[in-house]
Design a binder for this molecule. Structure first.
Ligand code: ADP
Ligand code: MG
Length: 138
C-alpha cells in the first residue's frame, strides 16, 4: 500500500552536513520526498512532538537535543513507507543498528541518532499534520 510517513533529520546530522546523503537513502529506495522544510524547533514544539515520551527519564535530554540546532522535516511517500523508512533508519541505538542503515552510518549515540521516523500509519498522519499544511505536500 502506498503510504506517507514523517522523517526528521535531527540536529546532529544537519550539523554533520549529511542531509544530502540521508535524502539519497530515501530516494534511492523509491521513497519520494513529497514535502520538505528546514526549521528550528522551539522547546514548546519539541515537547509537543515527543509528548508520548514525557514520562520517560530521557525526555528532558531528548527535548534539549532536538532544539540544539535546525532539523529537516520531510514527508516520504511510497509503498510501505512507514516500515521501509524504519528499516532504512536502523535501530534506535546506533550501536545496535544493522550495517548500512542510516543510524549505523551517520549516528553517534542513542541521544544523537540522526533521524526520526514515524512508527505507525496513525502516528505518521499526526506527525505530518504537526509539520505540514496540505498545500505543502505535493
Ligand atoms: P525511535 O526514534 O527509534 O522511534 P523512540 O521513539 O523509542 O525511538 O525514542 C525517541 C527518541 O528518544 C530516540 O530516537 C532517541 O533519540 C531518544 N531515546 C530513546 N530511548 C532513549 C534512551 N534509552 N536514552 C536516551 N535517549 C533515548
Ligand atoms: Mg519513535
Amino acid at each position: 500500500m502506498v503510504e506517507q510517513t514523517l522523517s526528521i533529520i535531527k540536529p546532529d546530522a544537519v550539523q554533520k552536513r549529511v542531509i544530502g546523503k540521508i535524502i539519497d537513502r530515501f530516494e534511492s529506495h523509491d521513497l519520494k520526498i513529497v514535502a520538505i522544510k528546514k526549521l528550528q524547533l522551539s522547546e514548546y514544539d519539541a515537547k509537543a512532538f515527543y509528548a508520548v515520551h514525557k514520562e520517560r527519564p530521557f525526555f528532558g535530554d531528548l527535548v534539549k537535543f532536538m532544539i540544539s540546532g535546525p532539523v529537516v522535516a520531510m514527508v516520504l511517500e511510497g509503498e510501505d513507507a512507514v516500515a521501509k523508512n524504519r528499516d532504512l533508519m536502523g535501530a534506535t541505538n546506533p550501536k545496535e543498528a544493522k550495517p548500512g542503515t542510516i543510524r549505523a552510518d551517520f549516528a553517534e549515540s542513542i541521544d544523537a541518532n540522526a533521524v526520526h521516523g514515524s512508527d505507525s500509519i496513525e502516528n505518521a498522519k499526526l506527525e505530518i499534520e504537526f509539520f505540514f499544511s496540505k498545500r505543502e505536500i505535493c
